[in-house]
Design a protein around this ligand. Structure first.
Ligand code: MRU
Length: 333
């Protein structure tokens, strides 16, 4: 696959730089991450966002934070730094997955170089995983298909190609014609600012819609397939993703549209039995109020839980699973 989009993050000369996604699509600016606090704030403020990208960024930031730590204090400090980074955002399991991987390794091999190598491996693997998701998911996109997606599970949310968008990039490269509706994704507009922009840059036929138009689009225009990403899939197959995903899944059931979720195996959380046990991040009221409603009370959950019964299938780097039995088999290899 081949797309020309700015890199979500870079690790050069032992230093992490993040594409500042808050400024997209107007500005392509990078932010230097010099301290652990810088990394925490970048994750919390959505400078870097999307579950896999948060994981990769946290891995590099954690490694970088250990550069000058003395060996007698190494493991204690590593664990403390990891806990701090994890507290930046509670819902995407990739953040805990990546930092736990470094803590495990650093406990065995307490060295900065070993941590950097592990972070580099997580980064490189993410790229390959997205390509595999693209290849498997592409089989779902027939010529002339009308797709719909939500939020940004695109190239910007991973190291490259995305999860939900990877099958789209794959088919675009193969010359298959199709069209994608993109929900704008209030309150932070990841769909409008990031996904619509990404897909258009890649030459894909895109139409932006407000979130509350999805039902009408399904009723009047016809949608063949919905693909979204996810921040966590729990042991029973419930899907935690950007607020508004549940609305789409309910609509899909009503209109008989297949509802697919694309994610790497690192997004599976076998330790949490079901979606109602996941901590759903609540964000600041002003994100919803914006300039419209000065002091009214606000409820602003950043994610919702789609029950497994509404999910047609999950596209992973190993293939597509249509139920939990197939999913367990795929994950077991
Ligand atoms: O709050 P965000 O922008 O980090 O939310 C991102 C999403 O909900 C994505 O769909 C999810 O992280 C998957 S990214 C491949």
């Amino acid at each position: 696959m081949n797309i020309s989009l700015p890199e979500t993050l870079t690790w050069q000369n032992e230093h992490l730089r993040l594409l500042d996604q808050r400024q997209l699509p107007q500005e392509t600016a990078y932010l230097d991450i010099n301290t652990l606090d810088d990394a925490w704030h970048a994750i919390q403020t959505l400078t870097v966002r999307g579950a896999p990208a948060i994981g990769v960024a946290a891995a590099y930031a954690l490694a970088e934070s250990m550069r000058d730590v003395a060996s007698d204090n190494f493991v204690t400090q590593l664990k403390e730094n990891a806990e701090y980074l994890k507290s930046a955002r509670p819902t995407a399991v990739n953040l805990a997955w990546a930092t736990n991987r470094l803590v495990e390794l650093g406990t065995d091999q307490p060295s900065y170089a070993a941590l950097v190598e592990e972070a580099e491996q997580i980064h490189a693997a993410d790229l390959n995983i997205c390509q595999s998701i693209g290849k498997h998911g592409a089989t779902l996109i027939q010529p002339g298909a009308n797709l719909l997606t939500h939020c940004n599970a695109g190239s910007l949310a991973v190291s490259r190609f995305g999860t939900a968008t990877a099958p789209m990039y794959y088919q675009r490269n193969a010359g298959v014609p199709f069209h994608v509706y993109v929900d704008e994704t209030r309150p932070l507009y990841q769909g409008a600012r990031l996904t619509a922009w990404e897909l258009e840059q890649a030459g894909i036929d895109v139409t932006l819609i407000c979130d509350n138009m999805a039902a009408t689009v399904m009723a009047t225009k016809g949608v063949d397939l919905v693909i979204v990403g996810t921040d966590r899939v729990t042991a029973n197959g419930d899907v935690v993703n950007k607020i508004g995903t549940l609305n789409l899944a309910v609509l899909c059931q009503h209109f008989g549209v297949p509802f697919y979720v694309a994610c790497p195996s690192s997004t599976f959380d076998a330790h949490t039995p079901s979606g109602d046990q996941v901590v759903i991040e609540e964000r600041a009221a002003d994100e919803v109020r914006q300039q419209h409603a000065a002091q009214v009370n606000v409820y602003n959950p950043a994610f919702d839980v789609t029950p497994n019964s509404l999910v047609t299938g999950i596209i992973t780097e190993y293939g597509i699973a249509h139920d939990n039995v197939e999913l367990r088999k795929l994950l077991a290899g």
